[in-house]
Design a protein around this ligand. Structure first.
Ligand code: GLU
Length: 285
């Protein structure tokens, strides 16, 4: 590929950095570093009620502790003018309109949207059922879908690498891209991380054990967490299980990312951690 790869990790600062988000950040990081691209951290704080500065700090600090460096950082809350310009332009070209309930809705062309996901293959949606969905509360308050599409376009994102829970958001985002004349990025939806009972790993159900801080405070090293998370949904195609970040950058590829959900197993994490611990001790000698 001759085009420079540009990716983003786009967490919402509405809670402590989730272990699944760390895995998303890691796969973005590995792929981007492998191909000499640019990796952006985008803080998605359009939800003013739920977004908190302390969670943003937690995300930034967590990534830094893990050694997942990024090339650029921006916040959606600093980009109001950019969104407003798009909203005004779209209102005047008729692709969005102010509805009777005062919110701004997207004029759905009601069509079939087909996209190719690098992991899941071809996905087709009929957008009719989405109706004329709301994309902004007002010209000053864009909602998630609009902000994501504008930011991805303005940043020249080539690969949208994110959790599988965003597959159902993709058709709306593609419709918005088409309305603003944005190029379509490649989509890479990563398998969910599941708890032992195969339910989605969520804070509501599984409490603090879904956060990076939980594992940090238990004493797991950054090296062990990175190594273990790499194996959640990906395999190297060899017997090797213990990797440094540098080694992962060399061998990582989407062709070995699985479709099925990956079960989080703390026993395996502990095993990986012991291996790294022993390696570190060997090096000290
Ligand atoms: N902000 C979204 C989240 O926290 C991610 C959006 C995206 O990757 O497109 O889940």
């Amino acid at each position: 590929m001759s085009q420079k790869i540009i990716t983003r990790f786009a967490p919402s600062p509405t809670g402590q950095l989730h272990i699944g988000s760390v895995r998303t950040a890691l796969f973005n990081f590995l792929y981007t570093r492998k191909h000499g691209g640019k990796f952006i951290l985008r803080i998605e704080d359009t939800d003013k009620e739920r977004s908190k500065k302390e969670f943003e700090t937690d995300i930034i600090e967590g990534l830094s502790w893990l050694g997942l460096g990024y090339d650029e950082l921006y916040r959606q809350s600093d980009r109001g003018e950019i969104y407003k310009n798009y909203i005004e332009k779209m209102l005047s070209d008729g692709s969005i309109y102010q509805a009777d309930d005062k919110v701004i809705r997207f004029k759905n062309p009601n069509k079939k949207v087909k996209f190719n996901d690098l992991i899941r293959g071809e996905i087709e949606f009929d957008t009719t059922e989405l109706k004329d969905f709301v994309i902004a509360k007002s010209a000053d308050e864009p909602l998630y879908h609009l902000a994501v599409v504008i930011d991805d376009f303005e940043s020249g994102i080539t690969h949208v690498i994110r959790g599988e829970d965003h597959i159902s958001n993709t058709p709306r985002q593609i419709l918005i891209q088409e309305a603003i004349g944005a190029a379509r990025p490649l989509y890479v939806h990563l398998p969910l991380i599941l708890a032992q009972d195969r339910s989605k790993l969520s804070k509501r159900k599984h409490g603090e054990s879904v956060s990076l801080n939980y594992y940090r405070s238990k004493g797991y090293s950054a090296k062990a967490i990175i190594n273990y998370l790499a194996l959640l949904g990906w395999n190297p195609g060899t017997e090797q299980e213990i990797f440094t970040l540098e080694e992962l950058i060399k061998v990582f590829d989407f062709s070995r990312v699985h479709k099925g959900g990956a079960i989080f197993d703390e026993k395996k994490l502990a095993w990986v951690a012991r291996k790294h611990f022993n390696l570190a001790k060997l090096r000290e000698k």
